[in-house]
Design a protein. Sequence first.
Length: 318
Amino acid sequence: MTSPAPIWSFLGPGGTFCESALRQVAPADVVLDSCQDVPTALDRVRDRSAVAAVVPIENSVEGGVNVTLDNLVVGAPLVIAAEMAVPITFVLAGRPGTRLEDIRAISTHPHAWAQCRGWVHQHLPGAVYIEGSSTSAPARALAEADAATAAALEYQAVLCNPLAAEQYNLTVIAGGVADNPDAVTRFVKVSRPGRVGEPTGADKTTLLVQLPHNRAGALLDMLEQFSVRGVNLTRIESRPVGDSLGRYRFSIDVEGHIRDERVQAAFIGLHRTCPFLRFLGSYPRLDSLPVVVPAGTSDKDFVVARSWVAEVLEGRSL
């Protein structure tokens, strides 16, 4: 009996950059589950409707994708198993016959708008922004609308990638509309927790940490857990806890793997000093470059130190 094909959820609909990222890592026989937003895609994994989800987590222009960072904190735990990068290219597209001078409002995802608003301000200074759940969803809605329902959408054009414009038979009104032609978005494959894989020597670990409330030096204490062990931070972003003003948690990427002793030592220190700590996965880094460990903080150094402590306890090294 043939096993059913695995289901992967993603931020849809079809034609998004997210689907392009998914195609980089998904099996050939995967069944795609297009979701209207990031929380739905992640909940599909939590309720076992899908074995994995692919969602955006960081953009080189706009920074972290807050809806992803926040959703990884709530609900049943999930872990990141892989990361993918997709170069971002935008076009301004509309229904056939739409001209630049016809456009009064534009819809797209907030991150796409942030990457194109300079061009829009220059060429369509009076255009209003209508927020979309993805770069592709407004394009599909515009394409599926008839003459009567198109007016109800309140926008005449979308910012999307060229594949989405082609897929939904929209006319490209202007190409190359991104303010930064070198923009890249990082996506992650997310799955349910399981046995952590072995290190590759070029890994990244993601975690969420909440600081003790209103304690002087709490941020410094947290950072020292990494610095004294030679663990390099590649990303750190603050997000409000949400229960009151002035309370924050931090989303952090570090070089190294949770099976590395120095990374484990940092986690132990964080667990001892912080009220909330969530491990979000160790996975191969995109650049595949070996982690450079400062002298005195390698796994070998920790093994030597642990052996020395054992000798002290036995009275053999005083």
